[in-house]
Design a protein around this ligand. Sequence first.
Ligand code: GAL
Length: 678
Amino acid sequence: MKKIYMNENFKHFLHGGDYNPDQWQNYPEVLKEDMRLFKLANCNSMSVGIFAWAALEPEEGKYDFTFLDKAMDDIYANGGRVILATPSGARPAWMAQKYPEVLRVDETRHRRWFGGRHNHCFTSPIYREKVAKINGLLAERYKDHPALIAWHVSNEYSGACHCDLCRDAFRGWLKEKYGTLDELNDQWWTPFWSHIYTDWSQIDPTSPMGECTMSGLFVDWRRFITDQTVDFFKNEIAPLRKYTPNIPVTTNLMGFFPGLDYRKFAKELDFVSHDSYPTWRGDESDIRLASDHAARFDLNRSLKHKPFIQMECTPSNVNHHAYNKLKRPGMHMLAAMQLLAHGSDSVLYFQWRKSRGSTEKFHGAVVDHVGHENTRVFRDVSEVGARLKKLDESILGTVTESRVAIVYDWQNRWALEKTEGFQLRDKKYMNTIHDHYFSLWKRGINVEVIGEDDDFSCYDIIIAPMLYVTSAKMIDKLEQYVKNGGTLQCTYMLGMVNENDRCHLGGFPGGKLKDVFGIWNEEIDTLYPGESNKVELDGVTYKAVDYCELIHAQGAEVLATYGEDFYAGMPAITVNNYGKGKAYYTAFRGEDDFNDKFTELLLNECGITSDFDGELPYGMTAHSRTDGENVYVFLQNYSTKPLTTSTKYTWIIADDKKEVSGEITLASYETLILSRKI
Ligand code: GAL
């Protein structure tokens, strides 16, 4: 049996969410009612103390754990468990006033005032000391409390600080990376515009006030921010590891969030946790939205190649979108089951109860201001909780097997964002990742979202769209992958620069990639919006939009050529046999119809199919988990209309153990969880 649990001592899907008893200390009747409602909503866990520093330490060195002691005891007494937060996501006013260095300095070198959240300096020794102290007190106090099942460290780390301490730390980081200024000047190509550095102290982070053109600096600054945030995180968790070595640690990540390279974070986490807030509209556009979010969930799972925890989602609306629409009836269950389908072992909410005042008072919550359980949202939540209980035994801890991976890389994204040329404002890297993913999602294929450090040999197909940055290591790994029998699809913009955004010489794609793909990319044509070229494959003509590369086949077989313009007849799609594998190159950006066609070609070539055998109409998906003996397929309908498929197998429905076979019709927003022996 292949099962991996977040905490071996609590083998249940986690259902509950962010709980703020610190805000309600003067309302004992509310706190009492919370516990009644907690059970009624079929909840079993709460994340407590996330922004509670001012309550925990009202004055410097004076601590008050009363509310937390009570919450831990009450939740446990009601059969629940606690994901205990460290409070560093926001700090008390007294601290900001007494130690201004804890506050962040912006890129114009102005120190921010007290207020808001997620805005501390990650380098400040005082902030680090204060955080370590409060975290140590929490860990020591609750280390033996039976409610404690995990640590929720800080909240949604993000942003950067430009104070003197951070700038010094950045210079130290650069020295460590490059060793000499000569090497740095060469990698960043600083002779351009006379930007040669002759002393480390001359280097400042990217800023609109100063250096904002040099892409090598920009990418390194982004890397430094990740490393400094991870370093801050390590400082946060040291006391937790000391007092509670067996309690798993996480911090809530935000999917494809551009600010931090989560692959570096993942190495320090015991499990990945994630927050997301899809803008469900209640129409057919939800189908594509579901795919884009599925990609995020797959990224979470891939970060540690095991189930993750959805730490936050809303039971209904949010308050921070431009339009905060309610989830339509049925959507909450559908979205909750989607989390499970992609490897989540929880459905946790922001938030348990609406705060009475301040900015999030109209954000969706399990308990509304009305205070009782007779609401649509409360009923929706209870239903999800009841269903999760039924699925504990079969699905909790099961894993996802995937033979297909998509490469998504943060440094590639940063370099593409900064580099000038092509489509200047937005080269659409993220859209392109999502477009490729969408074709796989529609076909019910499990996907991993991987990066340079992952083991490529686990996959039969790797798709690496717009892989503009290729380090020597990446080039080597791609080459080995194909040589050893892998099927690789790369696209326009492959292998143009190294990890410091310095161009590869000798023709694109750089280094051995020219041999792997058997091509040379001489030029890239950027089209205006609305313009297109034509590419014919298997008798069907597809549109080439945005980018058309002018490539030469140097050993590769040409599968399709351009139909128009001065490069009509030049290769548009190629394949090259290299070692035991195949390297496909698509030199242009296709639209959905082309991506679907090409994905089908790759999957057929490698004999990869969904774990569900039936045809999937548009809007119906089928993703799976397994315990090694059974496969569990989540058949879901994202359309507003009923959809029908059929199967040749006899499946057992996971919820009620009834059998189903032949034609299956799913109502709009329905999820059927089907299992069969492998
Ligand atoms: C998250 C955050 C929560 C809450 C929520 C609202 O990003 O972690 O504290 O603000 O958004 O949707």
